[in-house]
Ligand binder design. Structure first.
Ligand code: PMP
Length: 434
């Protein structure tokens, strides 16, 4: 009871004195005090397996990353107006992973800042400000980012798409407007009337922005051929293509280092966030020489914290850890194993309508026989999993998709444990609920 009181007072204080639109995970919120690898620990010493946190990319409080940050913090932290080896080294490490066309880096502090900068680049490079984006897409919390995030402006508290934002249907081959494997081109052609609408107003296309697997949309894999054709349409209209890799980047999808590489495309701008700092606020924008030159139109780009030696040391160590510990390979191996196990579970429990994703960026969707979404059951499942010491999150327009995007040190045993408890809850509890 003493512990419960501690949490109650934290909750009460938060309700009054912290931002009122902040949310809390779970019906009974958890007070986390430590992290290690793929595990978190609450104030009572209870251990949780974390399948949610794709920020703690190489593991919560990874020893090498923490040490690297501490060391540089004790030596020097300043802005990027002085020469420093660390910023060059991080740029080099990132550029090694990207196609040669993307050869200029800018460093910022969050995914929102990265997308904000990307849109500024688009305006400078094309002279246009009309943006094409997906239904239920999310690109960040700033004014501009909310303006291109249907997840926000079409959701609670939102007031619809602004004049310069053009939303195409969520390319969801399972329950979307077009279904099945050959829906990619049909979804891509949904962009054409939007381009016409922009032209009819006497304007041109600025850019298309899209995640390579749409996370807030419910781990939606882009159907085959979609991205290639969408890029073609946009480029023909004079627009640029932005890949938002804030969630899926840095090896998570297993087969490739970046999500867009699952498709046969090269973006003009790539935005990178969450995993790059392993929890330290660090994000980046990669672009082509052409975009970088047009952006440098005389106005200085200054960012107080972006590209500082501490952040850059941390980012470099994160990327080197991914390589050294073969975490992309781990994401592929464990991810495929887990996906198969989930597919097996779906055969046993028809409530699991679809299993999808790549590497350690997976999702499964709860539906009834008519394919209607079962958001309450998804919420129930996540809360019951928490009781068993496993953290999961739900998302998608109907909140009926369970998402799995754990730290990349997630092991085969972790995957087995996750499936074991899913099986247990689906067997025991759902029978009573039905
Ligand atoms: N893009 C995507 C795809 C995201 O998921 C997020 C964060 N959830 C952002 C951008 C914004 O990143 P941040 O919260 O670091 O500003």
């Amino acid at each position: 009871p003493a512990q419960e009181q501690t949490n109650n007072s934290l909750i009460e204080y938060r309700k009054i004195h912290l931002g009122k639109s902040l949310s809390l995970q779970y019906k009974i919120p958890i007070n986390m005090v430590r992290g290690a690898g793929q595990y978190l620990m609450d104030q009572n010493g209870k251990k949780y397996l974390d399948t949610v946190n794709n920020v703690a990319h190489v593991g919560h409080e990874n020893y090498d990353v923490v040490k690297t940050g501490q060391k540089q913090m004790a030596l020097l932290n300043t802005n990027s107006r002085y020469l420093h080896e660390n910023i060059n080294t991080l740029a080099e490490e990132l550029l090694k992973t990207l196609p040669p066309e993307l050869s200029v880096m800018h460093f910022v502090n969050s995914g929102s800042e990265a997308n904000e900068l990307a849109i500024r680049m688009v305006k400078a490079a094309t002279g246009e400000r009309d943006i094409l984006a997906s239904e239920v897409g999310y690109h960040g919390n700033s004014n501009m980012c909310v303006d291109i995030s249907s997840y926000k402006f079409d959701g609670k508290g939102g007031s619809g798409a602004p004049e310069h934002t053009h939303i195409f249907p969520l390319p969801d081959a399972f329950r979307g407007k077009y279904r099945g494997k050959d829906s990619g081109e049909k979804y891509a052609d949904e962009i054409l009337p939007l381009i016409e609408r922009i032209a009819s107003k006497g304007r041109g296309v600025g850019a298309l922005i899209l995640e390579s697997i749409i996370s807030c949309g419910g781990q939606i894999e882009l159907p085959e051929g979609f991205l290639e054709r969408a890029y073609e349409h946009v480029r023909k209209a004079g627009g640029l293509c932005i890949a938002d890799e804030v969630q899926v980047g840095c090896g998570r999808v297993g087969k490739t280092f970046w999500g867009f590489q699952l498709h046969n495309v090269v973006p003009d701008i790539v935005t990178i966030g969450k995993p790059l700092g392993n929890g330290h606020p660090l994000a980046a924008v990669a672009c082509t020489q052409e975009v970088a030159e047009k952006f440098a139109n005389g106005m200085e780009y200054f960012n107080t914290f972006g590209g500082n030696p501490v952040s850059c040391a941390i980012g470099t160590e994160v990327l080197r850890t991914v390589k050294r510990e073969k975490l992309q390979e781990n994401a592929l191996e464990v991810g495929e194993f887990l996906k198969q196990k989930l597919q097996k579970l779906a055969q046993e429990f028809p409530i699991i309508g679809d299993v999808r994703g790549q590497g350690l960026f997976l999702g499964f969707e709860l539906v009834n026989e008519a394919l209607n979404p079962l958001g309450d059951k998804a919420d129930y499942l996540a809360n019951r999993m928490k009781d068993h010491g496993i953290l999961m999150s739900t998302d998608g327009p109907d909140n009926n998709v369970l998402k799995i995007k754990p730290p990349m040190v997630f092991s085969m045993e972790n995957a087995e444990e996750l499936v074991l408890y899913l099986d247990k809850i689906l067997t025991e509890d759902f029978m009573q609920l039905n």
